[in-house]
Design a protein around this ligand. Structure first.
Ligand code: ADP
Ligand code: MG
Length: 253
């Protein structure tokens, strides 16, 4: 994707959600979500625990099967055909609260394996890309280290580099700093802010209101199965118009 593509206005949204319903048994967690994410847009998804934030992200990359509605990623309708699903997933990077690096592989191997196996890149190309991405997250000196020997913040930066190695059209983050010691949160948020400013399309579930305020183009508050409120961060985070938004801000203090 060129920077011109990323800054282009209009055109296909990267993600288009229409009427998303997701139920687990008799419990409806998401009850009719409509959401578009434009190319280059950074959307922060906030809301109380249990609101369905993780479920929504998992629906976008097909880890959860929706009960109703439709999902398009890059203009392509998501279906649960395995081949199609693998294609869509290879274009969506996902970073979780737990870093999920392969413990028996070095940092560099962690970043190379899917490039080779999913994208079919040659060893040299995958290695070059791994080093470039490690440099970008400030960890090229750890290329030969094993995950266990890295701090949580470093592991999460490697996880981000690993996701970026697939040249994703979209990055999903699910509370990427929640498992970190407080002193390690900043280094991960800094990498995410860089990505955002470079034009990556991102959906970020976070409790870091400061990050949301600084990096989000739009904040979406999910509550009671729906979007309670959305808009620019200064509106949603500082002067919410909905009762639900005001209550949530009170809760998080
Ligand atoms: P959040 O990320 O906003 O905290 P989640 O998406 O994790 O919320 O969960 C939303 C609701 O869906 C919760 O009530 C949770 O218990 C329920 N839920 C999530 N995953 C499952 C599952 N696999 N089976 C049954 N219930 C689930
Ligand atoms: Mg969650």
């Amino acid at each position: 994707m060129t920077s011109e593509d990323r800054t282009a206005t209009g055109g296909e949204p990267v993600v288009r959600l229409r009427g998303i319903v997701k139920a687990f048994g008799s419990t409806t967690v998401l009850d009719g979500i409509d959401l578009d994410v434009a190319r280059g847009e950074v959307v922060c998804l906030i809301g109380p625990s249990g609101a369905g934030k993780s479920t929504l992200l998992r629906c976008i990359n097909g880890l959860e099967r929706i009960t109703g509605g439709s999902i398009e990623v890059g203009g392509e309708r998501l279906s649960y055909d395995e081949k199609h699903l693998n294609g869509i997933r290879s274009r969506i990077g996902m970073v979780f609260q737990s870093f999920n690096l392969f413990p028996h592989m070095t940092v560099r191997e962690n970043i190379c394996v899917a490039q080779r196996e999913v994208l079919g890149r040659g060893a040299a190309e995958a290695r070059d890309r791994a080093h470039a991405l490690l440099e970008r997250v400030g960890l090229d000196h750890k290329a030969e280290a094993y995950p266990d020997n890295l701090s949580g913040g470093q592991q999460q930066r490697v996880a981000i580099a690993r996701a970026l190695a697939m040249d994703p059209a979209l990055m999903l983050f699910d509370e990427p700093t929640s498992a970190l010691d407080p002193e390690l949160v900043g280094e991960v948020l800094a990498v995410m802010k860089d990505l955002a400013s470079e034009g990556m399309t991102m959906v970020v579930v976070t409790h870091e209101m400061r990050f949301a305020r600084d990096a989000a183009d739009r904040v979406v508050l999910l509550a009671d199965g729906g979007i309670a409120e959305q808009g620019p961060p200064e509106n949603v985070l500082l002067r919410p118009s909905s009762a639900r938004g005001q209550a949530f801000l009170q809760e998080i203090g």
